[in-house]
Design a protein around this ligand. Structure first.
Ligand code: C2E
Ligand code: MG
Ligand code: MG
Length: 554
């Protein structure tokens, strides 16, 4: 900005000096004219005693001399100023084309350079590859070590990439932690680009030593070329498309687990389009009430008695049909609507469960993202109060992935909820990475053994050492257990020999809607007694427990 102002000022003064140069030129012409008359007369007067030259002409001549000297000096200054101006303009252009932190090119100049390179490369029969690079854990580096460390990491990253890239490649910082490079290559030697990508990963192998800390950094990369095995892509008219494709390939690398690279493939584009449609569908479906709670029965394994329901989200979408939570929950987490989605489902479930027998519990699944909200426990307890639902009948299920990054916050939330009587289960136990230490130190009320282990018990003589070990561990920790995925009698038979367990699975039926559950309970005489059944907050017959909670929460 400052440089641009300076350039403008210089340009203004240079314009004025062009006028000065004009005056000096006019003065020289006048000097020649007046000098031609005054000087011969003066020589004649000095050496031959002739008449003195006209005083007016002499004064005009002297004035001309002064003007010529003034003009000449201004001309010299003007030359210096023009030089300065050129340098300033050069600097301003450089600043507008580069990223001030890393010195790499910026997004704008990269678009121009890619366009130019494509033209030049095509003339030589060469292809162009555009590569998008994204630092995988940049947010974490920033959050944990501060923005100065984040900046240093970016500078170091740029330096390492630059060291690996060939001279003819152009490297740009596209924004935040995103970099890109573009270069021409021989389309018959695509493996050279792969080698380059591998060398970039090798360059990342050594941790980044920043001022205060040392951090490990990994990259996700997406490559796109204007040439494929079918030749040059005739549809690729604009470099924007090339960049977009590299972006899509990079996104794929992130999705597949980060720290890897992919070449763009057309199928990725349709997948992304589908994902965008899902995202839009989720957002609009949320407001149209398309997400509904379904319920899976939970029974006492030994007696077969129904003891509770696990609420499982379903998306009944007019355009996509019925969609399972394993598809839409991760997207809802990513686009930041999981809390809203879950709140609506919990409200509906509490409403449905208002009619159920008081001995029947309700389990709900909670996403790790929701446990990052310090107000989560408070919000959930408020919902219980609003629906007059006794906390001891609610069980929340959290997965081991919740325990990865914010154990202290999770511990706080769990403790607050438990203090009010809510039960906490560790879901899908055995599939994540919780340590025995976490199991011992976090106050869980129950372990849920993941169905993937249980399926091993599907023939009468089969054994599952893992299920045995988990049951043994649970008994040692004095934790009640629920077994998921009971699909047939063979599994049930084996589980019955393992002592007291809760169980759930397709053997007892598929998850059902609230209305179907109500019918089932009515048929079994397990709806709350007539007159005690309630819908919503007006219920007056509930236990003192819910009323006590209401006083504590409000
Ligand atoms: P989960 O909590 O482990 O839920 C059990 C899943 O196993 C359910 O899948 C259920 O339909 C399925 N299942 C039950 N019995 C059997 C069986 O006998 N055999 C087999 N093969 N599968 C069985 P669903 O409904 O697709 O849910 C998948 C996961 O999505 C759930 O796993 C849970 O982690 C998550 N989820 C569901 N609803 C919600 C929700 O409202 N919020 C959050 N954050 N996650 C949810
Ligand atoms: Mg669950
Ligand atoms: Mg589970």
């Amino acid at each position: 900005m400052v440089e641009l102002d300076r350039t403008k000022k210089l340009r203004g003064s240079a314009d004025r000096d062009l006028v000065a140069l004009g005056i000096a030129t006019a003065a020289i012409i006048l000097f020649v004219a007046t000098g031609g008359r005054v000087l011969p007369a003066a020589i004649n007067a000095v050496f031959a005693g002739g008449a003195a030259p006209d005083a007016l002409l002499v004064n005009a001549l002297l004035l001309n001399v002064v003007l010529i000297i003034f003009g000449w000096r201004r001309y010299r200054e003007l030359k210096v100023e023009i030089n300065d101006r050129r340098t300033a303009e050069e600097l301003a252009r450089e600043l507008s084309e580069t990223d001030p932190l890393t010195g790499c090119l910026n997004r704008r100049s990269m678009a121009r350079i890619t366009n130019e390179l494509r033209g030049e490369a095509r003339a030589k029969g060469l292809a162009v590859v555009y590569c998008m690079i994204d630092l995988d854990n940049f947010k974490q580096i920033n959050d944990m070590n501060g923005h100065t460390a984040g900046d240093s990491a970016l500078v170091e990253l740029a330096r390492r990439i630059d060291c690996v890239l060939p001279n003819e490649a152009s490297l740009a910082r596209i924004g935040g932690d995103e970099f890109a490079f573009v270069m021409a290559f021989d389309p018959n030697q695509t493996e050279r680009v792969d080698d380059l990508a591998i060398r970039l990963y090798e360059a990342m192998a050594t941790p980044f030593v920043l001022e205060q800390v040392t951090v490990d950094a990994t990259l996700s990369m997406g490559l796109a070329s204007d040439h494929s095995k079918h030749g040059f892509d005739p549809k690729l008219h604009s470099s924007d498309v090339l960049m977009q494709r590299a972006d899509i390939a990079m996104y794929q690398a992130k999705k597949e687990g980060k720290n890897r690279y992919f070449w763009f493939e057309p199928s990725m584009e349709s997948e992304l389009r589908f994902r965008n449609e899902l995202e839009m569908g989720i957002r609009s479906g949320l407001h149209k009430g398309e997400f509904v709670p379904y319920y899976e029965q939970q029974v006492d394994v030994e007696s077969g008695e129904l003891v509770g329901f696990e609420m499982l989200a379903r998306w009944i979408s007019p355009s996509f049909g019925s969609i399972n939570p394993e598809i839409f929950i991760p997207i809802a987490e990513e686009i930041g609507v999981i809390a809203e989605l879950s709140d609506r489902l919990i409200e509906s479930a509490l409403d449905d469960a208002g009619d159920w027998d008081e001995a029947i519990t309700l389990s709900i699944n909670i996403s790790p993202v929701q446990l990052r909200d310090p107000w989560f426990a408070q919000k959930l307890l408020k919902m219980l109060v609003k629906h007059n639902f006794p906390p001891h009948r609610l069980e929340i299920e959290i997965t081991e992935s919740c325990l990865h990054d914010n154990v202290d916050m999770v511990r706080g939330i769990i403790t607050s909820l438990r203090n009010q009587g809510v039960q906490i289960s560790l879901d899908d136990f055995g599939t994540g990475y919780s340590s025995l230490e976490q199991l011992r130190s976090l106050p869980f009320d129950r372990l849920k053994i993941d169905r993937s282990f249980v399926s091993e018990l599907s023939s009468p003589e089969a054994k599952s050492p893992i299920v045995d070990a988990i049951v043994y561990l649970g008994r040692g920790l004095d934790l009640p257990m629920t077994v998921e995925g009971i699909e047939d009698e063979a599994i049930l038979g084996q589980l019955k020999q393992m002592g007291k367990l809760k169980g759930q699975g397709y053997l007892y039926g598929r998850p059902e809607s609230g209305a179907e559950v109500r019918k089932r309970l009515a048929a079994n005489g397990k709806l709350a007694a007539a007159g005690e059944g309630r819908k919503g907050p007006q219920r007056s017959t509930d236990s003192g427990e819910a009323q006590a909670l209401s006083q504590r929460v409000s």
